[in-house]
Ligand binder design. Structure first.
Ligand SMILES: C[S@@+](CC[C@H](N)C(=O)[O-])C[C@H]1O[C@@H](n2cnc3c(N)ncnc32)[C@H](O)[C@@H]1O
Length: 264
């Protein structure tokens, strides 16, 4: 469209908010438009802590990848990886680690391709989490990930964009079954635990203004994603409370529960 910046891939509807760009806005990024900013502002109106929650989520991702790296994980499958920002997996993990990013968003894909162009160890797959077989069988995944060796599977702030009717638990089980023993699942998921009014107001904002569902699930539903994994300490906790580097306020609503599980 005339007047749009050169980085916008063809066919992107910048008049309609989308998940990846709203998150980019909340993180203070520059790959978003008025429609995304409007939704970001609606979200901060229902949950004033929204930007801090976004940052806390990124920081959790960084700490979890460091934890996996220390446990010897050298290959990562990061699904719903988003528009690249600070602390991407290939920047946090061992420099020789292999990383496959996966997303459906054209801006996330184009920007990831640009920053990874010279990187032989990392690439992005354009695929939908709802089609895990396509992700597992994709030639980029097969080139970079050796499924006979332990893998770090990241599902960070993405499963809450999948409806119950599409059975996200089956999707995670399909991915889990492809992983070697000693692999890890890193999970962050929106919850209504602690502040159901704000959580359900956020769901409403997404259903009205973003072309994707948002499901803020209760703890028990999120815990089920760890079926077949042994959850590591401290278990499933509010985002900043997972092995924190600095103290966080445990009484605040942090919007999501996070955890790391190991496949025995
Ligand atoms: C909130 S962002 C999270 C980005 C990153 N994982 C993080 O936590 O910083 C969610 C990302 O998931 C992607 N996404 C949403 N639904 C998806 C699906 N069905 N398949 C693949 N990616 C999806 C969006 O495009 C977006 O980039």
């Amino acid at each position: 469209m005339a007047g749009e910046p050169g980085w916008v891939p063809p066919g992107v509807d910048t008049q309609r908010a989308n998940v990846a760009r709203v998150y980019d806005y909340l993180l203070g990024g520059s790959h978003n438009f008025l429609a995304d900013q409007d939704v970001g502002r609606m979200i901060t109106a229902v949950e004033p802590n929204a930007r801090a929650i976004g940052r806390a989520n990124r920081e959790f991702l960084g700490r979890a990848v460091q934890f996996l790296a220390a446990a010897g994980i050298r290959q990562f499958l990061d699904i719903g990886s988003g528009i690249p920002t600070q602390g991407n997996v290939h920047e946090v993990a061992d420099p020789a680690a292999r990383v496959v990013y996966v997303d459906v968003d054209p801006v996330a894909i184009a920007h990831s391709k640009a920053i990874l162009a010279e990187n032989a160890n990392a690439d992005i797959v354009n695929a939908d989490l709802r089609d895990p077989e396509k992700i597992l069988g994709h030639q980029i995944t097969r080139r970079l990930i050796d499924f006979s060796q332990p893998t770090g599977l990241l599902l960070v702030a993405v499963l809450h964009f999948i409806n119950d009717g599409e059975d996200p638990w089956r999707i995670v089980a399909t991915l889990r079954d492809a992983l070697a023993p000693g692999s890890y699942l890193v999970l962050s998921h929106g919850t209504d635990e602690g502040k159901p009014t704000a959580a359900h107001a956020a769901e409403e904002v997404y259903s009205r203004s973003v072309a994707q569902v948002l499901r803020m699930r209760p703890r028990a539903d999120i815990m089920r994603f760890f079926d077949g994994f042994e959850i590591v300490d401290p278990g499933l906790v509010p985002i900043p409370l997972w092995r924190p580097e600095a103290p966080a306020d445990p009484t605040k609503y942090w919007g999501g529960l996070v955890g790391v599980g190991r496949k025995p």
